[in-house]
Design a protein around this ligand. Structure first.
Ligand code: IVH
Length: 673
């Protein structure tokens, strides 16, 4: 129980800190999506543990922006916040709750509006004259920003038209256009003054500035989304719905965003939501969702409010498809095949509900295209809705002294000079197994499930074996004992015996898996199989020319070159032959081998070998033939089925001829295999 209490307190403390930055300092130190996510976590925990709820919890109170900068004003009606949902189910539950609350099965009309991402303000008019303006503050008390609000051109100082109420309160959002925000930041960059991280923060900073001349210079816009009449409410006829009230506000001279629709079913609501989810990036102002409100004022009154939200409205929010964050670092990873991949690390952001803190930068071109500098404001998205990607850099927020990201000249792990392959657009460290980073990754691959499939030999054990210099290349693993393994962290007797047993079992391996395990660049499972099907033994593969490799159906120039280059490196060449002595390569999976052997020419044949062969050693030939189901005998008798002869054959040749036994030379043998 203590841990749940701690968790709740921890979340609460963090959320209050984020609120302070957001509302008071006009700075976002985490994204809105992340804030909503954490707040929701706190809700869930508090709902299950009601005794831990406190009055100051962010779940019970509206975020406050009260500072000592401005005089306080008591709101006539509390300025509440909105309940949030990110999915249609959440919306359907909201509708269900409403119908249950007012006990009706009848259709309810809703009004859908855009949820503009700015700052909520309240404006008071008496006899049609602008009297005062306030921010939301803590929902009950706000900051008096009257002189600043007077500077916003779209806020009327005197109402137009007829039916002007004795006293009117209008509420709405103050915001800044994205284009104006970029221009403002560009100016601030040139003048070396504080820049804002997004249009919302820029609008908040400008609205809550002590010098109203500054507010005047910043291009702020007001958009009205609601109003309240006081005593003379009843005297104003035909204003029984939210929509009609907004239209009346429009007549009085308040700007209303024109994207408003009235819906009588949830499908219309979802269509409106989907339309703006697609269109939002094309708008010149930020929206973070839509707001759906019960249209009838009578029903709104019946439904009422709780301490935070009205029960007649909900925000159906968009998962942010893009987020702006700060680039912390770029690290250069060395892959198994030596390819250097730059990876960007940034302050975490939530995109489509997933926390993201790094993204691959693919190659040198990408870094140059983005012209990245440490500390840059970067825009992150999820390419194809999955892979994190840096879309672009907000250049205007960069300071002159920030450090440019440059691709290294030397391998960050072993200092070997990096070489660029312009055709493949990649840069590689060619140190192979002498580079520790590549060594680690190639060993993981070598013993992984699709390769040698050694159970229990995970990355931590492999790293420690390398660090303790117990293994230098894959061959060394086959000489390990359980006593070597038991010296490692977290490896007990049982585990070490299991690993050693698995290392013994994996010694019989198919040619396809063996080729895949070598980790030759671009040779995945499919290509490994094509190659295994082509070559009758390992030696033929090791000695194959680029042309021969390229002639294999499906093997292109790049892969042919990679295979040729791999076996041209003496370390690889030696390792492969040393391995061949430790393991047994078979051409098929043990389960299917017998079935396939039956289809071969040599199945169940008693065979004798004589002479020397160009393509294979005697040892290799014996393995190939026995893999094909043949029985190899040492001397010729009348029971022998076939004699296979090479150059410089001996007496077995003549004996077989006398006994009329089938004779096969090396050329015929190659064709039959
Ligand atoms: S209605 C009591 N309508 O969203 C309900 N709010 O997250 C009052 N907002 O504080 C809000 N566009 O600042 C409403 N069309 C809209 C809105 C809107 C943006 C803001 C507003 C509110 C916040 C709640």
């Amino acid at each position: 129980m203590k841990t749940i209490k701690n968790k709740i307190e921890h979340l609460r403390k963090d959320l209050l800190k984020y609120q302070y930055y957001y509302h008071t300092l006009n700075e976002s130190i985490i994204s809105d999506a992340e804030y909503d996510y954490l707040l929701n976590q706190l809700y869930i925990l508090e709902r299950k543990n009601k005794n831990f709820i406190t009055d100051d919890s962010p779940t019970q109170k509206i975020g406050s922006n009260l500072t000592d900068k401005f005089k306080k004003i008591l709101h006539f009606f509390p300025m509440l916040s909105l309940e949030n949902t990110f999915d249609f189910n959440g919306y359907l539950e909201f509708e269900k709750r409403i119908k249950k609350n007012i006990d009706t099965k009848k259709k309810i009309n809703f009004c859908c509006e855009l949820k503009i991402d700015g700052i909520a303000i309240s404006l008071i008019y008496e006899k049609g004259i602008f009297i005062r303006a306030a921010t939301r503050g803590d929902g009950y008390k706000g900051e008096n920003i009257t002189s600043n609000a007077k500077m916003i051109k779209s806020i009327p100082l005197k109402l137009k038209g007829s039916n002007i109420p004795e006293r009117l309160e209008v509420r709405g959002e103050v915001f800044m256009l994205k284009s104006d925000f970029l221009r403002l930041n560009e100016k601030s960059r040139i003048n070396k003054i504080k820049m804002f991280s997004n249009p919302r923060n820029a609008a908040a900073g400008s609205l809550r500035h002590l010098d109203s001349n500054i507010t005047d210079k910043r291009k702020l816009i007001f958009s009205c989304y609601g109003c309240y009449f006081f005593k003379d409410f009843k005297t104003i006829k035909n204003i029984s719905t939210h929509y009609k009230r907004l239209m009346q506000c429009l007549k009085w001279g308040f700007p209303i965003n024109q994207e408003i629709i009235r819906c009588s079913n949830h499908q219309e609501v979802f269509n409106f939501y989907n339309k703006f989810k697609k269109k939002r990036n094309l708008l010149d102002f930020d929206i973070d969702g839509i707001v759906v409100k019960v249209d009838s004022i009578d029903l709104q009154k019946k439904l009422g409010c709780n301490s935070k939200f009205p029960k007649w409205a909900i925000a159906l929010k968009f998962f942010s498809s893009q987020q702006t964050t700060k680039l912390q670092d770029v690290k250069f990873q060395v892959g198994r095949t030596g390819v250097i991949t730059p990876v960007a690390y940034f302050n975490p952001v939530y995109i489509s509900g997933v926390k993201i803190k790094k993204a691959s930068l693919y190659n040198k071109n990408e870094i140059e295209k983005l012209n990245l500098h440490i500390g840059d404001s970067i825009v992150i998205c999820r390419s194809g809705d999955v892979i994190p990607k840096i879309l672009n850099v907000v250049n205007s927020t960069r300071f002159n002294n920030s450090k440019k990201v440059v691709f290294p000249v030397l391998c960050p792990f072993c200092d070997t000079k990096l070489l660029e392959n312009k055709e493949e657009k990649i840069i590689r460290c060619h140190a192979g197994l002498t580079c520790d980073a590549q060594k680690k990754r190639s060993f993981y691959h070598f013993f992984s499930k699709k390769s040698f499939n050694v159970i229990g030999l995970g990355p931590n054990i492999i790293n420690e074996l390398i660090e303790k210099r117990l293994v230098q290349n894959p061959v060394d693993f086959f000489s390990l004992t359980d006593l070597d393994l038991i010296t490692l962290k977290n490896v007990g007797r049982k585990k070490s015996v299991n690993i050693i047993n698995s290392l013994k079992r994996c010694r019989t391996i198919t040619f396809k898996r063996f080729i895949y395990a070598l980790g030759i660049p671009n040779v995945g499972e499919v290509f490994a199989e094509k190659i295994a099907n082509h070559f009758i033994n390992l030696n033929k593969l090791v000695c194959a020319s680029i042309t021969e490799l390229n002639n294999i159906s499906g093997i292109g120039k790049v892969i042919a070159n990679n295979i040729f280059n791999y076996f041209s490196v003496s370390v690889n060449y030696d390792m492969v032959y040393k391995l061949e002595n430790k393991i047994k390569i078979i051409w098929n999976d043990p389960n299917t081998v017998i079935k396939n052997q039956k289809k071969t020419y040599f199945f169940n044949k008693k065979i004798v070998l004589t002479g020397v062969f160009d393509s294979f050693s005697r040892h290799q030939l014996k393995i190939i033939l026995s893999n094909l189901g043949a029985k190899i005998l040492n001397s010729v008798s009348k029971n022998t089925d076939i004699l296979i002869y090479g150059k410089n054959f001996g007496s077995k040749f003549f004996k077989a001829k006398n006994l009329n036994i089938e004779m096969i030379n090396e050329k015929q043998l190659n064709l039959l295999i």
